[in-house]
Design a protein. Structure first.
Lengths: 261, 388
């Protein structure tokens, strides 16, 4: 069943990604079709996750593919309920292609299959994985906003005659929202990491590469926050956010299958 | 009741002719009152008189007499064409700048200060509805249509809400002032109004506090160069609008990080593009307007058959009541509930018999055969002359 729901989710996210490309070229029907793609795709993916949760008695997303799938769901959920509002809708231009691509990668990496049962408790996994993935979803949206910032800034620099026919969020708005998202996401990552490290010490387990990479990611985003609070804005802040996002992707894709085993 | 329109607009008459028939609010009210059921729409681009009348030729002659000063450029429309014209006007489709929003308020004001009866009241209410619908369902009025409003819209693309944004005005050209007004209308405040003779040091110092610079002097050289801007803006994001020819602001400023410099050509290119967008939206708007005008036409046409339908129903009711009265001897012996059932049954029979003819007459009215059908009904059912 979960397998059956994977394909509609993927196709609808793909349709949304294409729709946003169309929306950027000519606002109107393509944007509306894209938004419906996001809504219906999200419903399909949510149903898929619900089926996975129902058929497992433990935490069903502790596999590499499962965790990536859940990460995509977090990103799309955040976009759907916050980012898809009219002024920021073009954020889908950066978020939805990524969501579709990561879903394909998760499929290649195991799809909706079930891994070995983790020796960690369900509560721990929900809190730790939930917080870390929510934070990563926030960083992903921040990167999307930053990419949109660079696109909008480029249009302003190019003095594109079409700039007012295809309005995007203002530079100031994109800059401000990026800061707010990181201010929310970094504490979530901090807490998620603290819970994980606490359990690691408690059980006397070894630190793996994923933990190290996640801590490095934390430092980069903490540096972003400090820089922003010290007055770094605009293009430099956007590039810093994109650098932090590269680390997020590296961490997500390099997640050792054994991390929760 | 017929609808008559006589008027002139920027499509037909130059300003020298239009100004001869431009009415202020009081005169427009007085003219409307003189013409009976009438509304006078007078704006800088048009003067139009709408009259609802049973004698269209006489009403048209009266309206033409009022607008005689623009006689060679007058247009005369009636009924369906007149209604469609007003719907297009209210939607901004007949405006100099397609989709401009001011006309909707002007149409509303004209209707309020006229002397509309049933027909004109419905016409203007439906025209306003069509105008609002076009603005809600198309993007025809969303993009700026002038250099000054384009400057303000650009500022919004950089700074978002302009509340608290500060403008440094250099020079006092007309377009520059309009741009400052547009920015001010969106919440920006004017920090300083300088001119080409203002001390360059003072001008540069103000850059540290400005978000938008609007320049329109007649100075022969650059008023601000890239070095001065970079040294004085203290890392702030800056939008610079150069409306002067020759240019006031060094083009190299655009190369600085977080500085966006637009000159008059850039702004004119943006306005041309947005106007092209408005024109493509106008095609969608025309479809909406045509559908709304058709609805009005159906209603208007049904007015021809409404008296015949009312007479027919009254006649049927009269017969029903008379027949019930005749049968009173028998019905009187029935209980309350049986009597009520008979009343209801007879009423239902009458309603069902008249339903289809009523619908068909309204359909025929919309297809312009309404009057013929109404006459046929009067003849067939013997509806008397007094009912006409």
């Amino acid at each position: 069943m979960a397998e059956l729901l994977f394909w509609p989710a993927l196709l609808l996210y793909g349709e949304a990604a294409l729709g946003y490309v169309g929306e950027a070229r000519q606002p109107g029907i393509a944007g509306r079709a894209a938004l419906w793609g996001v809504r219906l795709g999200w419903l399909a993916q949510t149903a898929m996750l619900a089926v996975q949760a129902a058929r497992e008695d433990g935490f069903p997303w502790s596999t590499w593919a499962g965790s990536l799938n859940l990460f995509v769901w977090f990103v799309v959920t955040a976009y759907l309920f916050w980012g898809s509002r009219r002024p920021y809708r073009l954020l889908g231009l950066t978020v939805m292609p990524l969501a579709a691509a990561l879903l394909v990668v998760s499929r290649a990496g195991g799809g909706t299959g079930v891994g070995t049962r983790s020796h960690y408790s369900n509560l721990f996994l929900v809190v730790h994985v939930g917080l870390v993935l929510a934070a990563f979803a926030g960083f992903t949206l921040t990167a999307g906003l930053s990419a949109l910032y660079l696109w909008q800034e480029r249009r302003l620099k190019q003095r594109a005659a079409t700039i007012l026919r295809r309005p995007a969020p203002s530079l100031a708005t994109l800059d401000r929202l990026s800061l707010r998202l990181v201010a929310f996401s970094l504490p979530a990552l901090t807490l998620g990491l603290a819970v994980g490290v606490g359990r690691l010490i408690d059980r006397g387990d070894a630190v793996d590469t994923l933990v190290v990479a996640t801590v490095v990611t934390w430092f980069v985003w903490a540096a972003y926050l400090v820089a922003r609070l010290r007055g770094v804005t605009g293009r430099r802040a956007a590039y810093l956010a994109l650098a932090g996002f590269v680390l997020v992707i590296v961490v997500r894709l390099a997640l050792p299958a054994s991390h929760f085993a | 009741m017929r609808l008559v329109l006589v008027g002139t607009s920027h499509h037909h008459a130059p300003v020298e002719l239009r100004e001869r028939v431009a009415f202020d609010a009081d005169t427009a009210r007085e003219v409307a009152g003189r013409l009976g059921e009438a509304v006078v729409l007078s704006t800088c681009n048009r003067t139009e008189i709408y009259v609802a009348t049973d004698d269209p030729d006489a009403a048209e002659a009266q309206a033409v007499a009022v607008l005689a000063a623009a006689e060679p450029a007058l247009y005369r429309l009636r009924d369906r064409a007149a209604a469609l014209h007003l719907f297009r006007v209210a939607a901004g489709l007949d405006s100099l700048v397609p989709g401009e929003g001011e006309i909707l308020g002007q149409v509303r004001t004209a209707a309020e200060s006229g002397t509309p009866g049933l027909l004109l009241d419905r016409l203007f209410r439906q025209a306003l509805h069509a105008g609002r619908k076009v603005r809600a369902q198309t993007a025809i009025g969303e993009s700026p249509a002038s250099v000054s409003s384009a400057a303000a819209a650009l500022a919004a693309q950089v700074f978002g809400e302009l509340d608290g944004c500060r403008i440094l005005m250099i020079g006092a050209g007309e377009v520059g002032e309009q741009a400052a007004k547009s920015l001010h209308a969106r919440g920006a405040e004017i920090l300083l109004t300088a001119n080409s003779k203002t001390d360059r040091g003072e001008l540069a110092a103000q850059l540290a506090n400005a978000d938008v610079v609007v320049s329109s002097t007649d100075a022969p050289g650059y008023v601000l160069d890239a070095g001065t801007v970079e040294r004085n803006r203290r890392g702030r994001q800056l939008l610079l609008i150069d409306l002067a020819v020759p240019r006031d602001l060094d083009p190299a400023i655009h190369g600085l990080d977080d500085c966006f410099l637009y000159d008059i050509d850039d702004l004119q290119a943006i306005v041309s593009e947005t106007l092209a967008g408005r024109r493509s939206e106008a095609e969608r708007a025309e479809t909406i307007v045509a559908a709304e005008a058709e609805k009005f036409h159906e209603w208007h046409a049904s007015l021809d058959v409404v008296p015949a339908i009312a007479s027919l129903r009254a006649r049927a009711e009269q017969i029903r009541e008379a027949e019930l009265k005749k049968a009173e001897g028998v019905l009187g012996r029935l209980g309350e509930s049986e009597r009520s059932a008979v009343e209801s049954l007879t009423a239902q029979i009458v309603n069902k018999l008249l339903h289809l003819p009523t619908v068909r007459m309204k359909q025929a009215a919309a297809a312009a055969d309404g009057v013929l059908y109404a006459e046929a009904v009067r003849h067939l059912f013997g509806l008397g002359e007094d009912e006409r």
